[in-house]
Ligand binder design. Structure first.
Ligand code: ADP
Ligand code: ADP
Length: 229
């Protein structure tokens, strides 16, 4: 089963071609790194998947569903995906529980279903004990877990992440990488993240797509790309 499909996708800003006739197929349940130097187009690919940008040409499908192209454009909130930004974008005046449940209200879920989803998401990220805390009382790593829990509570099939390890202290990176891999495996959600850091790609990804100049240079398992002994 195909998780994500991009066919001949292009996107320019003014005269700058950010993504150039890109073909990419990602299997359902992958943990994909979009890797490349600054300006190679990886953030644009993430924004195209999210629906924050419209492609100039080509087709994007998530699962069996075309979300952009062929005269179709599905808005971000209707794509069934979650996003974890580098800033985490938490509400400072709300508790951890409030932040995680926020997006669940107005979705026709009853209160017990919302409470169960929040409890499960906080359990998954190991923050059940912090349900009543406010973001300023948490470490950077804990805030990131809240942002991840907020996405997980929506039960999306796909979660997009922007350099998930970049804002963490060096000594926290290895343990957070292990946490991300565990959560990915337990939830069987497809994760896609952008990074310019090969070490970050190797620490997290099951598949790596190397971009250069808006084009796909290489795609494969990390061990195929780096020929680890
Ligand atoms: P990366 O994430 O790999 O650093 P981006 O996708 O952000 O790359 O950018 C790819 C190219 O598109 C770069 O040349 C960048 O300057 C340009 N670009 C990205 N976003 C915009 C924008 N909103 N307006 C103009 N140019 C942009
Ligand atoms: P770069 O990686 O090229 O330095 P940034 O990380 O600063 O770029 O982000 C560039 C753009 O991508 C910004 O407009 C930002 O709002 C957007 N962005 C950041 N994270 C995400 C995400 N998870 N999903 C979609 N867009 C994002």
């Amino acid at each position: 089963m195909v998780g994500i499909l991009l066919r001949q996708v292009s996107k320019s800003y003014g005269g700058t071609c950010a993504v150039d006739d890109l073909d990419l197929e990602v299997e359902d349940g992958a943990f994909l790194a979009l890797l490349g130097p600054s300006g190679c187009g990886k953030t644009t690919v993430l924004r195209l998947l999210a629906g924050l940008e419209r492609p100039d040409g080509g087709t994007i499908a998530l699962g069996e569903r075309v979300v952009a192209g062929e005269g179709i454009f599905v808005e971000p909130e209707d794509r069934g995906l979650g996003m974890v930004f580098q800033s985490y974008a938490l509400w400072p005046h709300m508790t951890v529980e409030g932040n995680v449940s926020f997006g669940l209200h107005g979705r026709g879920l009853d209160r017990s279903e919302i409470a169960a989803r929040v409890a499960q998401a906080l359990d998954l990220v190991g923050l059940s004990a912090k349900a009543g805390a406010r973001p300023h009382q948490l470490s950077g790593g804990q805030r990131q877990r809240v942002a991840l829990a907020r996405s997980l509570a929506m039960r999306p099939r796909l979660i997009l992440l922007d350099e998930p390890l970049a804002n963490l202290d060096a000594n926290l990176r290895a343990s957070m990488a292990a946490e991300f891999r565990r959560i990915h495996a337990e939830t069987r959600t497809t994760f896609v993240f952008v990074t310019h850091d090969q070490a970050e790609a190797m620490a997290l990804a099951t598949r790596v797509a190397v971009l250069n100049g808006g084009r796909l240079q290489q795609v494969g398992a990390p061990e195929d790309i780096w020929h680890r002994p």
